[in-house]
Design a protein. Structure first.
Length: 576
């Protein structure tokens, strides 16, 4: 309905790229059929090369393939925007595509089409989740109470035994764990609440939100849905007004600082300025704990108990970030919700707004954000009435913003607005209290078990460079704690990259530096060496075109051309 008369078709494929349904204006069906967009056609990359459906299947993200970005010459007039659809377990289920048979406009003109595909896919996932698990318990939650019940809420399904059956991506993002790590855990391992107390909220006041805290001390607002027939007979009956006070965030500024001098200096600076209306800019490598540090600042400030809104500027599609930040009025663009939407900035009014990866904010939005900081008011999309706003702004980035300013990628005036106080969080390899951190993280990731760690394992962990910093350390120790057999983490429980096992990838050198076997001294031998190197890399990456091309430093189209040159056909792909 939203694209009727626009020249576009809406296409649904299965997880293999086979078109199972489509709809378009009646007079356009013939042009779409001529280019092969009709039920039963297969649009994966193996058959059609780079295209929105096939590439969305491979990269598992929303994207637009516009005109000559298509690999096949017969498709270069098409413009297609597609978004993957995942089932409640996180498995790729389908792709939703919006395509036109021709477009003379730029790729930039397709941003709203891409946003519509992305939002529609998320709404389908949300509705599918609720339907599949309608006979189970479903916890619906979000940091912001007004978003509970919307398609952006976190969904977590569990049975009467408290074991988690499925989560949606929003829940995984908010709980900061991968979906596969959450499934199978007990509900009380994630939240500071027993199963019996949680079930006590069922059957209470309809749609009455109540607060809940996760194991890391992060606060959410929640609803519990489930059939009355599933309720234990002797469960406690609670209402939203019978809840006891909940603990503040477990991670204080001092606990995050540990025993490191630079972190101790950072905390002292923070305590001096956090209630003085000074904007803070946190820098440091990815995974150094910038969001946890920001949350601790919020909880230590006079704004504790007020909204805390975190926005990752790199994870939100460029087509959506403007409406996410500034909100919109009904009718602002195709697909806008009837009631409009308050943006993240207004949601943080009175509290703290955390803009993570600020260096990835598109330049046009940098201008709008600067205006908000200067005028202390927000103008939602489609509105002509600004709304006053009061936020404590903390930004973070792993980018070198000074280099970005030199190239024009980041506004200099915005940088100085954000940088009231700039603090660098040290990388894990730089911290003097690394051994203490390793032990503390192991204790936090051991689910209450009293685990020890062998000396050689501790030495290996201490000597490793930790490119992923604390986030990587947490994941490594969580896995090691699960693998150890005798309540002690040993060297064999750690990944090979930490224990020093590094493979010798000769095929990569052959392909990229021209190294060949002694027998490959003629043109035919060189071609054979390149072909074998290609096959080796494709096999290593599971025939994932995107990952193979990225590893070799090629574009996907270049890799496809090399495959065609050496006669590497789809029939050589391994059978799933």
């Amino acid at each position: 309905q939203r694209i009727a008369g626009s020249g576009f078709a809406v296409i649904l494929t299965d997880g293999d790229g086979v078109i199972v349904n489509w709809i378009c204006d009646v007079n356009l069906s013939r042009p779409f059929e001529r280019v092969g967009l009709w039920p039963g056609a297969i649009w994966n990359e193996e058959n059609e090369g780079t295209n929105a459906i096939g590439t969305a299947l491979i990269e598992q993200r929303a994207l637009t393939i516009h005109r000559n970005e298509h690999f096949c010459s017969q498709h270069i007039q098409l413009t297609c925007s597609a978004a993957p659809i995942f089932d409640p377990q996180g498995r790729l289920l389908a792709v939703l595509d919006i395509s036109a048979t021709s477009s003379q406009d730029s790729k930039q003109s397709q941003l709203h089409t891409l946003a519509l595909a992305y939002l529609s896919a998320r709404m389908i996932e949300h509705g599918f989740f609720l339907r599949v698990f309608r006979q189970q318990w479903i916890l619906r939650f979000h940091h912001q109470p007004e978003l509970v019940g919307q398609s952006s809420e976190g969904l977590l399904a569990f049975g009467n035994d408290g074991r988690i059956l499925a989560v949606n991506q929003s829940a995984a993002d908010q709980l900061k764990q991968a979906r596969y790590q959450l499934i199978g855990q007990h509900i009380d391992a994630l939240f500071a609440i027993t199963l019996e107390t949680l079930l006590g909220y069922a059957g209470g006041q309809p749609r009455a939100l109540w607060p809940i805290v996760d194991a890391m001390g992060n606060r959410f607002f929640a609803l519990l849905y489930g059939s009355e027939q599933r309720l234990p007979k002797n469960r406690p009956r609670l209402t939203a007004f019978e809840t006891k006070p909940l603990p503040l965030a477990m991670k204080t500024l001092e606990s995050l600082a540990g025993k490191d001098p630079l972190m101790d200096y950072n905390v002292n600076c923070i305590r001096r300025v956090m209630n003085k209306r000074v904007n803070i800019l946190l820098t440091g490598e990815t995974g150094t704990g910038k969001e946890a540090f920001t949350r601790a600042i919020h909880d230590a400030s006079e704004r504790a108990g007020k909204p805390f809104v975190a926005v990752n500027c790199a994870s939100i599609p460029e087509t959506l970030i403007e409406s996410e930040l500034f909100g919109y009025k009904y009718g602002a663009f195709t697909g806008a919700r009837q009631e409009g939407r308050r943006g993240k900035i207004l949601q943080a009014h009175g509290g703290t707004l955390f803009l993570d990866e600020i260096g990835d904010m598109p330049p046009p939005l940098q201008t709008r954000l600067l205006r908000v900081l200067e005028e202390k008011e927000v103008l939602p999309l489609g509105s002509d009435t600004p709304v006053p706003v009061d936020v404590f702004l903390i930004s973070a980035t792993h980018r070198n913003l000074r280099e970005y300013m030199a190239t024009g990628a980041f506004r200099e005036d915005l940088y100085y607005r954000l940088n009231g106080l700039e603090l660098r969080l040290p990388a894990l390899r730089e911290r003097s209290d690394r051994l203490l951190l390793i032990r503390n993280v192991l204790a936090a990731e051991s689910d209450g078990a009293n685990l020890c760690i062998s000396d050689d394992a501790l030495m290996a962990l201490n000597a490793y460079s930790w490119p992923g910093n604390i986030r990587q350390l947490r994941n490594v120790l969580r896995t090691a704690a699960a693998l150890c057999d005798d309540q002690c983490v040993r060297l064999e429980n750690l990944p090979a990259e930490i224990t020093g096992s590094v493979s010798n990838d000769a095929s990569w050198r052959a392909l990229n530096y021209g190294a060949i076997m002694p027998s490959a001294t003629v043109t035919g031998g060189l071609a054979q060496a390149e072909r074998e190197a290609l096959l080796s890399q494709l096999d290593r990456h599971g025939w994932n075109i995107t990952n193979t091309a990225a590893h070799l430093g090629f574009s996907r189209n270049t890799l496809y051309r090399k495959m065609r040159k050496h006669g590497i056909q789809p029939r050589e792909y391994p059978t799933p």
